[in-house]
Design a protein around this ligand. Sequence first.
Ligand code: NDP
Length: 310
Amino acid sequence: MTANVLFAGHPDAWPAYEPLLKAELARLAVDADLCNEFPPEDVDYIVYAPSGPVSDFTPFTRLKAVLSLWAGVEKIVPVVPAELPLTRMVDSGLERGMTEWVVGHTLRYHLGMDAHILGQNGHWEPKAPPLAKDRRVTVLGLGALGTASAQALAALGFQVSGWSRTQKEISGVICHSGADGLKAALAQAEIVILLLPDTPATENTLNADTLALLPAGAKIINPGRGPLIDDAALLAALDSGQIGHATLDVFRVEPLPPEHPYWAHPNVTVTPHIASETRESTAAEVIAENIRRAEAGEPLLHLVDRSLGY
Ligand code: NDP
């Protein structure tokens, strides 16, 4: 029987996704109809984003799976019924974008670009930056995006450490896990990059205690999620000089309210949640492949573990 696939991403995304998803489903010989409107009781799969039209899943009585267009699923896990398979987005285009953003901001800190671009003021101080091999960088979260970023930094020669829930082995990266592993990962990190998901277990991973573990003047780059950082503790650490500078792409409230102290802080760079995004052409391949698998009775890729929340 033909499977009905409802596109319930942001309505503006439909014109781009429609031809790509149709082409991919046809290429994989999946017997499926794709539309952005179906009677709910006829829908087999929902391609989903919280910015789309669906917030109540109860009318979708024959739903087989929900396929998220977003990598971060903290807003999706609570609304999709627990018995339904839920997949998250792992997309090579998203991965590429994040890697480029992370490398760019790491190089800004490593090379001390601000001092030369913004702050010369007629001052001639010929001091070359160190080589990457003498710079220690730590990536918190070694999943799809953290691993790709850590590997790219290692390829540039940085001393890269990483931390994850379960122990990893990644060539060129010193991998830590568990509570003691976090201490070890932070103890020597001159630049810390957060690529953890937003879950109850990761909230305030950087707090007053863990910020104090970093070497004085360490830099923080957060393209993960706002709740990973205790904002009051970070502001205090920035004011004391324990943290030298922070580049923040994600926040507890987005858009970041105009009165938030991060905007005006001289040692904070705010970027508007643009580190990376799902890229339609590569994402369509992932979605179509998962529909093919579901229809063939094969295991789905990138399933969210509902008990862990990511
Ligand atoms: P993954 O699920 O692939 O990776 C998550 C990583 O975090 C894994 O290594 C996981 O460990 C680790 N982790 C989870 N919980 C814990 C914990 N309690 N303690 C230690 N480590 C933990 O996610 P992605 O790499 O695909 O994405 C990461 C995040 O990036 C997303 O959740 C999203 O919030 C954010 N994002 C931001 C974007 C932006 O533009 N700013 C764009 C896209 C995503 P383990 O490997 O052991 O499971």
